[in-house]
Write a protein of this length. Structure first.
Length: 321
């Protein structure tokens, strides 16, 4: 089966002046298949949002390739480009910033339908009503403004807006990060429900691993512009191997006081280095308790260590030279 999205050696650099270059995404590869979700996880500033935006063509690429159903996203023109903008939608982190506060909910949701001439005025009203129902809101909400809703309701409106033009692929860019934990679960459940009903494919960007588990089939852990571990969700949570992944997982609280009191928490030292001048060799070496001289001199390559389990770390790739 051909993947819906195939990202190969993608690079996105930003010139910063003074001959400096910010390498936000640096040689990233992954595939997402129809009806599946890839969780892209890492600390703020690791490049995950930039990666998502480059995959949707919002940013140009510096190198590599993004194929959507076999077509190069950055080479699409004319009708192909228009079709792509219909099939690929983004749900943003802050719905209050991404939805126009001067528009009524009805117009926010219907905007894409109008742009793509997908329905008559009467049909449009019915579609909006149905979408509101599907995302758990009521029909009278169509006549209200965005400031009249809670954070969770606004995100539901953002989801309805994204679904209005029958997309096939959604980039969910930290859609739950600004929400309370109880609301986060509701939004994740809603996204899963919509995925099952409509066969949607997701790239789910998040900064911690706790909620990602409940929606992702595969998880890619990113650090300073690179993917350091990529595997199935079950494997990542049961057998994390990269020291960074282990640290991220150890930060998730366990709702059992006995287990929580006895388990080891890995506290990472220092801050994430600047992506303008990342460390040579392994980018994680300044914070890794297993770092050796080799880690400072040679960049670890991605290596398969099990079925569908890839890691970039010298502890698992003795052949790196
Ligand atoms: Fe740590 Fe070295 Fe592995 Fe990097 S390559 S994660 S520094 S052991």
């Amino acid at each position: 089966m051909e993947p819906v999205l195939k990202v190969s050696h993608l690079k996105k650099y930003f010139p910063m002046g003074n001959n400096q270059i910010l390498k936000a995404v640096d040689d990233v590869s992954f595939e997402i298949y129809q009806g599946k979700t890839l969780g892209l996880v890492g600390e703020s500033g690791c490049g995950k949002t930039t990666c998502g935006r480059t995959c949707t063509g919002l940013y140009s690429r510096t190198g590599g390739q993004v194929l959507f159903k076999g077509q190069d996203v950055h080479e699409m023109r004319g009708k192909d480009r228009k079709d792509f903008t219909k099939k690929v939608q983004t749900i943003f982190q802050d719905p209050y910033a991404s939805l126009d506060p001067r528009m009524k909910v009805n117009d926010i949701i219907a905007e894409g339908i109008r742009i793509h001439h997908m329905a008559s005025k009467k049909e449009e009203r019915e579609i909006v009503q149905e979408l509101l129902r599907q995302v758990g809101l009521q029909s009278e909400h169509a006549n209200r403004y965005i400031h009249e809703f809670s954070g969770g309701q606004r995100q539901r409106i953002g989801i309805a807006r994204a679904l209005a033009i029958h997309p096939e692929f959604l980039v969910c860019d930290e859609p739950i990060s600004a929400l309370d934990v109880s609301i986060q679960a509701q939004i994740v459940n809603l996204l899963r429900e919509m995925q099952d009903k409509m066969g949607l494919t997701y790239l789910f960007v998040a900064h911690d691993l706790s909620m990602v588990r409940h929606i992702s089939d595969q998880v890619a852990v990113m650090y300073l512009g690179k993917i350091v571990e990529l595997t199935s969700s079950d494997e990542l949570y049961s057998h994390p191997v990269h020291p960074y992944t282990q640290a991220l997982l150890s930060a998730i609280p366990i709702p059992d006081p006995d287990v929580e009191a006895t388990r080891e928490r890995i506290v990472l030292k220092g801050d994430v280095p600047s992506p303008i001048s990342p460390p040579k060799g392994c980018r994680f070496r300044g914070r890794c308790k297993y770092a050796t001289a080799k880690c400072g001199g040679i960049e670890p390559k991605m290596k398969q260590i099990g079925t569908g389990h890839f890691v970039a770390c010298h502890l698992y790739n003795k052949e790196d030279a």
